[in-house]
Design a protein around this ligand. Sequence first.
Ligand SMILES: [Ca+2]
Ligand SMILES: [Ca+2]
Ligand SMILES: [Ca+2]
Length: 451
Amino acid sequence: MPSTPQIRPRRAPSRLSFSCACALALAACSGDDSSASGTQTTTLGATTTATAADPLTTDASTDAGTMGGTESTSTSAGTATTTSSSSTDTDTNTGTGADTDTDTDTSTTDPGTTTDEPTTTGEPACEDQPELCDGLDNNCNELFDEGCDCTPPDLDLTALDGYTARVVLEVGKDLGAYGRLGDVERALGPYWELPGEGVLFTLNNAANTAGGVGRMDHDGNFAGWVVDPAAGLLPPNPYLEYAYGGVLYSCTTVNGNWIHKISPDGQVQTFVSHGNCEGLIYGDRGDGQQRLYASNWSEGKVYEIGEDASRTLLASDLFIVVDLAIPPPTSAFKPGLYAINQTVEGLHRIATDNSVTLDYPYSLGYGVGEEISFAAPKSAFRDHFFHLSNSQNLVVRVAPDGTWEPVITGPKLQFGIFSTGAVFSSNGAFYFFTNEDELIMRLQACNIAGQ
Ligand SMILES: [Ca+2]
Ligand SMILES: [Ca+2]
Ligand SMILES: [Ca+2]
């Protein structure tokens, strides 16, 4: 195979021979834009980081904004400060929001908005901002991350135009003899001692009898353990999620019957008895409350996990739930808790009244190792959810109307059967791993045109 030709067509299923054409189902969701704009505009006034505006925000995404600010490179910081409106913003999330995948958000930089702001004083126009490699259109020219690294993807992967992917950490070479990777998550707040943010990953000991939590920077440089796998404190394959109070929680697929709380100094304590978990997500599923949700794959059930360690059944008959995700509040996706199943092809949505519908009945691969993450609507990753398809060696993105396209593909995308994980980080990149080769990878935008 020649390496790297890029997949051009936006919807090119045929070329890659996927079984099903775009799935549909959701006539209802078509009005993409509308929802997105709704809330935001008002607040985002001048700019910035904002977003916090999204009340619901689960996503800390928002924070992303904030965090980004902190980050060394970013100028966004500048912006942020200026804005007065931001008052609201900033904080909200940080505490709680630590969470989740969706984050890079930032809706923030909404071009439209920016300009309008009447009151703004000497604030530089968006067009005068420098472009950063962060998955956002910082200078409002409808190009995302122009001038950033566009070298072809590693591992002979084929990428959609405007994206590239590379290996940032090789477990065997960089860390030594370990077992499987289990998840990736943002490293922030007290869980990240350096400026900006990094990435957390979970890794088993060589015998796969216990898991640990490591830190690395955005480029994959190892920065020590939060929990050393050698300590035997966590079961194998931990899944991570920031939840109540910005504390890191974990659950596990096998050989463990607890959701744990992990403190920044590496202490691990049992929180709720809950085993066979393969999806752990914190956020607002549409009811205005930030809560933690966990699946039990063997029961085909999804539970709400309260801050008081209560455990409430929300949905059953889901046929082995292998991941959970919640769309950002500004997304065109309907609110709800989304669950991907092993034995049904596609994605169910659990609405706020707990009714369950198969909203996305696509055939893009399903099985134990599947994983879904919602991107921030106004990032280079667009208002889509990303699906790591272990069964088809693909990273696919699916739009609110159900159309989809592969973002990267190649034989080396073997995510792993028992554990897959992915996260959108504050540097605008999507981190995931290929467990068969023990590689942590980063999917990033490069000079992609507007949405
Ligand atoms: Ca730009
Ligand atoms: Ca950018
Ligand atoms: Ca997570």
